[in-house]
Design a binder for this molecule. Structure first.
Ligand SMILES: CC(C)(COP(=O)(O)OP(=O)(O)OC[C@H]1O[C@@H](n2cnc3c(N)ncnc32)[C@H](O)[C@@H]1OP(=O)(O)O)[C@@H](O)C(=O)NCCC(=O)NCCS
Length: 225
């Protein structure tokens, strides 16, 4: 399915417009990183839906995209796989049911340990970190969300504690988590230990390269559409 078909299938015009703007921003960012003009970039999709640059480009430029409300989060990896997720902090009546279904046992314990006031934020920290991790691997909904554990430290920063019971495997990963704008939580997962994440807000109107990434380490940009 080509890009035009893919986006014409989005039912609501507002959602379609948001998705198109995010894709345009992704093309702009990847063009600057790769030296290929935005319109010349072709995408390939894995069987589970993970987009990458098409093999014809012969470039390994890991990236990941997430949308929530008026925001899109685009992560571009300098090295290593990258996954991102952004979610609007919103009341969640089924929080416990979702956690019981998708979270690993120690994540559920953590959620029960935190006080009521912090529970929603902790839930979204774990959720976005888990989604980002799964998206870095390229897994979709079928990925076993309970097969790896994410825990938060006392500053609320998540880290992968184990993958299939292996702490060494968990330690290979960096999770960066933050609040790019009030009311939204975002996480970035990179399969490198102690990777540097450089966040940027892109308004699209702050000069020639307002989103420009500093340094060559895995980085992230946060974009207001
Ligand atoms: C599809 C999925 C990768 C993310 O979906 P989502 O959170 O609804 O949507 P997001 O906006 O964060 O991500 C969508 C983007 O992910 C990318 N994507 C799609 N499938 C992907 C995959 N298998 N791997 C990595 N990235 C993928 C695409 O770039 C897509 O945007 P685009 O079509 O505009 O390019 C997947 O994780 C999923 O189905 N999750 C279900 C949510 C859930 O139940 N989570 C349990 C709580 S822990």
């Amino acid at each position: 399915m080509d890009e035009a078909d893919r986006y014409s299938r989005i039912r609501f015009p507002e959602d379609r417009a948001r998705a198109l703007v995010a894709r345009g921003m992704l093309r702009t960012i990847l063009a600057a990183q790769s030296g290929i003009p935005p319109a010349g970039l072709a995408f390939h999709y894995s069987p589970k839906g993970k987009p990458t640059l098409a093999p014809v480009h012969k470039i390994n430029l890991p990236f990941s995209v997430s949308h929530s409300g008026d925001w899109a989060l685009i992560g571009v990896g300098g090295a290593g796989r990258v996954g991102v997720d952004i979610e609007r902090l919103r009341p969640f009546r089924k929080l416990s049911a979702i956690a019981d279904r998708y979270f690993a046992p120690r994540e559920i314990t953590l959620l029960h340990q935190v006080d009521e006031a912090s529970r929603l934020r902790t839930f979204f920290s774990l959720w976005t970190a888990k989604e980002a991790f799964v998206k870095a691997l390229g897994g979709g909904i079928s990925h076993g969300f309970h097969t790896f554990t994410v825990l938060t430290d006392n500053q609320g920063q998540p880290a992968v504690s184990d993958v299939d019971g292996s702490e060494a495997e968990g330690a290979r990963w960096t999770i960066w988590s933050g609040e790019p704008t009030p009311g939204y939580l975002a996480s970035v997962a990179i399969d490198l230990p102690a990777a540097r994440v450089v966040p940027h807000i892109w308004t699209g109107s702050d000069g020639e390269q307002p989103w420009c990434l500093q340094g060559s380490n895995p980085a992230r940009s946060v974009d207001k559409r």
